[in-house]
Design a protein around this ligand. Structure first.
Ligand code: NAG
Ligand code: NAG
Ligand code: NAG
Length: 463
């Protein structure tokens, strides 16, 4: 089956681009660009989780003995230590193009409580203490990649932290005692905090971020006919603009099917940064959809008409309407159009037999205008006729074909049968590749050459 000339030309023009990208790498059909603004939003969310996790750091009991000049050594014990509060100070996100994303947090503060006990011979003293840890700073770099299944992954490439000053406040008026061991406790806790903070960051990446990224769908079922493949075609790329995530964005049939004879064109996203996320949806996405539904026979219509038949024979007439090739959508700035070439075969149904006889065959051309719309989770469309039908008689076994009449008959069926049926299907649309609990709002849509640009803000829905 031939693709329309437009698709072939587009595919040929692409070849140099494709080979330039290297073997096995294809252009994405769908790119999500999370802008600095979007990353800031994610960062704030991440910080809130980090704060919560850091407050759960498990502090071990401490014990030991310290020498005291006059009385020999004193043994101490600290237990039931907990974090009362972890306050995050300033946090800053930076994009490291080609490498990853770095976050630095400074001026953080932590307060710890616990019980203490000191023993010397048969004397035991005990009480509680409060400890404040100031000037905690943390610096983390993350790198995003993709795994074999085409899902995004995240790893910590760098984590360091430093703890500034630790001071202990002991209940009761035992300052002489405090002086004995505050240095020891402070140093021990400082060391523990330093060890634990990056451990928590690593754990968070493994226990929260990685599973969260895996909630991005790789394939999504559209219906009985098709699914959309949203696996990544490459690792997410950090640029000075934000984070670009390249998805395959390809429709495929559930069963056996022939590969679409075209590739995704390269897309160059415009520099937009007012909203949190921009999606570039290539015409490739729509054309692979067209290809799949065409291959599955969902663009073939059979129309039976008794009234029409009277004009030519006394028998029932059957019209078989089928596009000559998968209709190809063309994206030009501001407009989406398709120019399908449709074959129509008219048969008479012979009585007393299952046979039918070909009366005539037509080729019909028309310009169709497509409107594409977006809602918080889907992209959908509708078609409206953009021009009159142009009929061309291919073959006729009858003496005379009234083309004008035929045209109004076809217009009638197009208006009342074909467009409503296709539009009902298109209204179902297809979903955005979004991770769990993310919704889009304030959506904007613009049609560029070869692709659709959709801008939106993101909202995390708390569960
Ligand atoms: C659609 O109809 C055309 C013309 O009748 C036919 O050649 C083609 O095989 C049909 N396609 C499918 C998938 O049934
Ligand atoms: C887009 O469609 C409108 C309305 O049909 C038309 O006036 C305009 O010229 C088209 N623009 C392009 C670039 O084709
Ligand atoms: C479709 O539109 C193009 C460009 O506007 C025009 O050249 C062509 O004749 C139109 N085709 C039909 C079938 O109206």
């Amino acid at each position: 089956m031939m693709a329309s000339p437009y698709c072939v030309v587009a595919a040929l023009l692409l070849l140099p681009e494709v080979s330039r990208l290297g073997e096995g790498v294809s252009n994405p059909g769908f790119v999500a660009r999370i802008t600095r603004k979007g990353l800031e939003y994610a960062h704030q969310y991440g910080m809130a989780i980090l704060k919560k996790e850091l407050s759960t750091i498990n502090l071990p009991d401490l014990s030991g003995s310290v020498p005291a000049d006059l009385i020999g050594s004193v043994s101490y014990q600290c237990w039931s230590l907990g974090i009362r509060n972890f306050q995050l100070g300033n946090s800053h996100l930076s994009l490291l193009p080609g490498q990853g994303i770095a976050a630095s947090l400074s001026n953080n503060y932590m307060s710890v409580y616990g019980n203490w006990k000191v023993k010397k011979a048969f004397i035991t003293l005990q009480g509680t203490f409060d400890l404040s840890v100031n000037d905690v700073s943390i610096s983390v770099s993350l790198k995003l990649g993709k795994d074999k299944s085409g899902r995004p992954t995240a790893s910590v490439t760098h984590c360091s932290n430093s703890v500034g000053h630790v001071s202990i406040h002991i209940s009761g008026s035992l300052s002489w005692l405090l002086n004995l061991f505050h240095n020891v406790i402070e140093n021990k806790l400082k060391k523990i905090a330093e060890e634990k903070i990056c451990e928590i960051v690593e754990e968070l990446t493994t226990s929260h971020l990685k599973p969260y990224l895996r909630t991005l769908p790789v394939t999504l079922k559209i219906d009985q006919v098709a699914f959309i493949n949203y696996c990544l075609v490459g690792a997410p790329q950090v640029t000075s603009e934000g984070l670009d995530i390249p998805f395959k964005g390809k429709f495929s049939g559930h069963g056996r099917h022939t590969k679409a004879p075209f590739d995704a064109p390269p897309i160059k996203l415009p520099q937009e940064h007012d909203l949190m996320i921009y999606f570039a949806v290539s015409e490739y996405v729509f054309n692979t959809a067209s290809w799949v539904y065409y291959q599955a026979g969902h663009m073939n219509f059979t129309i039976r008409s008794e009234h029409l038949a009277k004009l030519y024979t006394n028998m029932e007439l059957e019209l078989e309407v089928s596009p000559e090739s998968a209709p190809c959508l063309m994206f030009t700035p501001g407009n989406v159009t398709l120019v399908p070439v449709i074959n129509i075969q008219a048969f008479t149904l012979l009585p007393d037999s299952l046979d039918r006889e070909l009366l005539f065959q037509l080729r019909v051309r028309t310009n169709i205008s497509a409107t594409i719309s977006v809602s918080s989770n889907r992209i959908w469309g509708s078609l409206t006729p953009g021009s009159k039908l142009k009929l061309e008689l291919i073959q006729s076994n009858i003496d005379f074909l009234n083309e004008q009449l035929m045209e109004s008959v076809l217009n009638y069926y197009a208006t009342y049968l074909i467009y409503p049926s296709v539009n009902a299907k298109l209204a179902e649309g297809f979903p955005f590749p979004l991770p769990r609990d993310i919704y889009l709002n304030g959506l904007q849509l613009r049609i560029h050459k070869n692709f659709l640009l959709i801008g939106a803000n993101m909202k995390q829905v708390e569960d």
